[in-house]
Write a new protein. Structure first.
Length: 367
């Protein structure tokens, strides 16, 4: 093992130790700062390794001019010690012309969408949204069966509306000056890919937040917050495994609210819970497990570390609309003399609107 590998191993060990203390709520302020520093260090080391590996690769059909401008911008940030804009996304007010989308944004959206939980259930992020989209919410109307010459009772239609409000999502990727000086056109692809993945992770984190975001910064909602605060009754605990009746009960909770189920309906669990369900029989003496071949109770099961350990969520994800708004994307480079690296920072506007909280239900493990 090289010295670099030993250092990286030590960082990983310490990182996992601090993460464990954070989950247990026992992290001090100094340890919180240490965790941030280690996270940044690990990210930088990982990226530099990818850059070094990519130096020998030549991707056919790549936009060489765009890659050249990107690298020149990074070098200008180092030379001038100033913030240098790299590429921005333009918009148009015309309804007949799509917003102009520079290649940089296209290259970020692809790794972003690959990271999203929405993509895993067949949904796409709405891209290029202009203005503030509004969705009508139509309440149910009951038909009346009446005899001849009997007046029908009035039925009112409630047409309330839900508006999307975008929030700025900002991420950055640090790259050392040494890596920039030695790299070629691959730098652009690597940085944009990492930025896209980082945005995807931030949106996934918000999607499964246990508490709803507070106003005014509540444009990126959570599908878990409401059902997590009022879970269905169950016996699942540290010593008692979930039952098939409880798993079906989560689905039933949603169906009882007249929610239309589509292909995006799924269970969402943490990998630890996923393993538990795979090893739990449907009933005592039955060789069939609750979760088999990625499905449970006839629905897909999505395993993600963004879900908490103590919850099993069922929901119809098409009722959570994720949008990338058409203006405001800004990518720039800023040199950091203390660490001798360039921060490539992306700022974009996103919204995650939960149209119906009734479309989601949760079983929560007892403490």
């Amino acid at each position: 093992m090289t010295k670099e590998q030993e250092q990286l191993h030590e960082l990983h060990v310490r990182f996992k130790e601090l993460q464990g203390k954070r989950h247990a709520g026992a992290l001090t302020e100094d340890e919180e700062r240490e965790l941030v520093r280690i996270s940044e260090d690990m990210q930088e080391r990982s990226l530099n390794a990818i850059v070094s590996k990519a130096l020998e690769q030549d991707k056919s059909g790549e936009d060489i001019e765009a890659a050249k401008r990107f690298l020149e911008g990074a070098m200008r940030a180092i030379d001038t010690r100033m913030e240098v804009p790299l590429e921005e996304r333009a918009t148009t007010l015309s309804t007949n012309v799509e917003p102009a989308q520079p290649k940089v944004i296209q290259d970020i959206v692809q790794p972003l969408e690959a990271e999203l939980i929405h993509t895993k259930v067949g949904l796409k992020m709405q891209d290029g949204v202009v203005g503030q989209p509004v969705w009508p919410v139509l309440a149910g109307v009951t038909a009346t069966i009446a005899g001849e010459d009997v007046a029908l009772s009035d039925q009112s239609i409630d047409l309330s509306k839900i508006s999307a409000k975008s929030e700025r999502v900002g991420v950055y990727v640090p790259v050392t000056s040494q890596a920039i000086n030695s790299t070629n056109k691959n730098l652009r692809n690597i940085v944009l890919s990492r930025l896209g993945k980082a945005v995807g992770k931030a949106l996934n984190f918000a999607l499964f937040a246990k508490t709803a975001p507070a106003a005014p910064n509540n444009g990126i909602g959570s599908i878990l917050a409401t059902p997590y605060a009022a879970p269905i009754a169950g016996s699942w605990s540290n010593t008692v495994k979930p039952t098939f009746t409880e798993i079906v009960g989560i689905e039933t909770e949603v169906l009882d609210r007249d929610v239309e189920v589509d292909e995006s309906a799924a269970y969402f669990v943490h990998p630890t819970t996923y393993g538990l369900l795979k090893s739990t029989p449907i009933e005592k003496g039955n060789p069939e497990m609750l979760l088999k071949d990625g499905y449970m109770n006839g629905y897909r099961v999505v395993s993600t570390t963004f879900m908490p350990h103590d919850a099993i969520l069922f929901g119809v994800l098409s009722y959570a609309v994720l949008a990338h708004h058409g203006s405001g994307d800004r990518l720039h480079a800023q040199y950091d003399g203390v660490r001798d690296h360039v921060k490539f920072t992306l700022n974009g506007d996103y919204s995650l609107t939960v149209l119906r909280n009734e479309a989601f239900a949760c079983l929560k493990r007892k403490a």
